[in-house]
Design a protein around this ligand. Sequence first.
Ligand code: SF4
Ligand code: MG
Length: 329
Amino acid sequence: SNPVLSIKDLRVSYTTGLGTVNAVDGVSLDIGAGEIFGLAGESGCGKSTIANAVMRLLQAPAKITAGSIDLNQCNVLTLSDEELRRTRWRDMSMVFQSAMNAMNPVMTIGEQIMDVFTTHEKMPKKEARERAAHLLSLVDIKADRLKSYPHQLSGGMRQRVVIAIALALNPSLLIMDEPTTALDVVVQRDIMAQIKELQQSLGFSVLFITHDISLMVELSHRMAVMYAGRLVEVAPSNVLLDDPLHPYTTALMNAFPPLSGPRTELLGLPDAPPTSAGRPSGCSFHPRCPLAMDACRIQDPVLRPAAENHDAACLLVPEFVVPPERLAQ
Ligand code: SF4
Ligand code: MG
């Protein structure tokens, strides 16, 4: 079946007085129907830039210089403002890190949810109120909270409300950019487990962005690891957990141990990822890679098959060759 989201060779750059930064440098990925796809990497690697490009929320000086983004076979990059208004909420919606910023502090929770229904679906008020109560029940919040203001709810509850609003019009794609990073670990896991449940019952696809690779492994079906604007490894999440092939993936895994252990800085990785200073020669990761060889300073590895359904961009990983008997079929 066709992918819900298909990104092909996306390039986004920022030009400032300091020069041009290729924030997203040739990223391709597909997300299938009902799939939870995770995008992991340190801050500044370009994950949020991809999310904002899909939502058409990029702001100057960020600019898409090449590539395509299709949502349900429809080119997102050429939508008019009017078409974009209809597409957001109905076809795709996004949850950001700070629920407080996404909400209006002087409107009740009920008014904010009903607003989505009355503006986008011209729904009568009474029906909108019933739908709002139902939506809150999906995220385990009692209907009497419809009368509450955002500041009267806990951080976790506010984020649940924002998620409920994002799902109000049954979008086929939900984008979540560090949706629970501001919350404590137990609340984070609770909320993400709930999203997985909702995803199973409602069937939407998810693009889930986080720097917390262990949380992602638990919750996503398939995931990509991003470094300096490129995907460096893509695989089903359980495969990536058991058999990471890229040294950067391994470093991220070590920095974010599974379950609720303390989060540490990236263990053993000196310095920071490349920034406006420009991309290092050869493999962008070589200045920080514990396994770097001489060739890594010269040769730039491309993302290629390393096993079935498993791509990696590292000179140490041999290319997977499909057995000839299978090609003949
Ligand atoms: Fe490390 Fe070299 Fe692989 Fe890059 S290509 S990840 S520097 S071993
Ligand atoms: Mg970000």
